[in-house]
Design a protein around this ligand. Sequence first.
Ligand code: ADP
Ligand code: MG
Length: 517
Amino acid sequence: MSTDTPLVRMRGITKRFPGVLANDHVDLEVQAGQVHALLGENGAGKTTLMNILSGLYRADEGEIYIRERRANLQSPRDAIALGIGMVHQHFMLVEPQTVAENVILGLKTPRFFLNMARIEGRIAEFSRQYGLQVDPRARIWQLSVGEQQRVEILKMLYRGVNILIMDEPTAVLTPQEVEELFVTLRRMASEGKAVIFISHKLGEVMAISDQITVLRGGRVVATVSTGQTTKEELARMMVGREVLFQVEKTPVEPGEIILEVRNLRALSDKGLPALKDVSFTIRQGKILGIAGVAGNGQRELAEVITGLRKTTEGGVFIAGCDLTNCSPRRVIREQVSHVPGDRLGMGLVPNLAVSDNVILKSYRDPPLAKGPFLDRPSIARFAARLIEAFNIATPSQETPVKLLSGGNLQRTILAREISVGPKLMVAVHPTRGLDVGATESVRNLLLKQREEGAAILLISEDLDELLTISDRVAVMYEGRIMGVVDTEGADIEKIGLMMAGTEVQISNFKLQTLNFK
Ligand SMILES: Nc1ncnc2c1ncn2[C@@H]1O[C@H](COP(=O)(O)OP(=O)(O)O)[C@@H](O)[C@H]1O
Ligand SMILES: [Mg+2]
């Protein structure tokens, strides 16, 4: 096949959902032997387009050609038969079963012919060939998220896929695992397969791809060669305007200790140890970032501090006040703000108006309350001020928040949480799922709070974000703090190793031991 003939050609693909044009006459060509990135902000239509290519959704309009032959994809099975396979953001593995059992799941081999030893042998072969280390006999629940992803890829290789679609594959990985994944994807491309790599992260796309197609609002903005573009240009195409990458971080003199947690222990919802002897402090005007792969105790930590979860041992002290196992209301009274990870669940009341949501924390006090009554005109003025100050794009104050976009939901929460003048802010994934513009504005809002003397605990899965805006980063792994580093001159590789649970030697590495015992 000549290099000009695309392996995949999608033409005029249109897909509508009720009230949404997810894909609007999208053209996409992918060559064999290349990694083709599909770049775009949340909601740009990337997943929808690839769900169509992998046979999960049917397009309303348009055609798909594989090796110049018109493809009629009615199901993922049809797609697999043409060599197209997709690894979704949420894995589709059966936890109690082994790797090998998962790999052959759904294949129509009569049980009688199953020879597990041979299947395991073949899987091990693929593992070696592509650097996808995993034990074929391990059960899925025993594996890390990174290993589970490898199983998904092995499943595709086993099915003979030569067009592999990866949907935001790095979101769940440590930096080292990302490196390993990139090696695997490059190996596949070098063998003539096509890899379609979905992402909204510019750095990654620049690092892994040969070609980049940028989607915005369901349409293709452009397809460019990676070697001939820049992060700035890509950001502009993605967002539709100029984007500044720097956030202004001015030096702030540390003040008093605002938050101190000592030897905290707590259980997860399943009753298993989620926090195992966690201790640290945060001073006024400082941001402590918590790094780690999701599910290593970060959520429980935020909940214990904000009064939403009980500790089984240890203590929480805020501005010198012992608030161990106090109610959320008591914690709020100490001027503690909480930007929860789950915006529409815990952060906001979806059916209430923007104005009602921004006063959720202050409506009991004057000037918004007059005795037992709400002072509606004061509330309207207060809300109007916040909507303007925080740039919340809403048709009106009366609009239910569930109708706002992700960025505006987050600004609504921040408006409310900042308007109380917090001593301590606990921010959990504050920019997750936001577009570049909204991310920039949320980060700047946090930095402004820091300058005004708030102590901030920032929990994030985005290492770049943690290193950009925090003063120090603590790495959590299986409920423990593996180490705390100054962000200035921090060594990403060491942070990555700690994220994966490796004890790191402390030479030229500012690890601060935090033991109050
Ligand atoms: N199954 C669905 N039902 C309704 N709307 C959907 C569905 N899947 C996606 N959408 C909408 O289509 C648009 C594009 O979504 P998606 O393809 O998931 O974007 P991306 O992957 O780029 O973040 C969004 O507005 C999204 O809300
Ligand atoms: Mg998506």
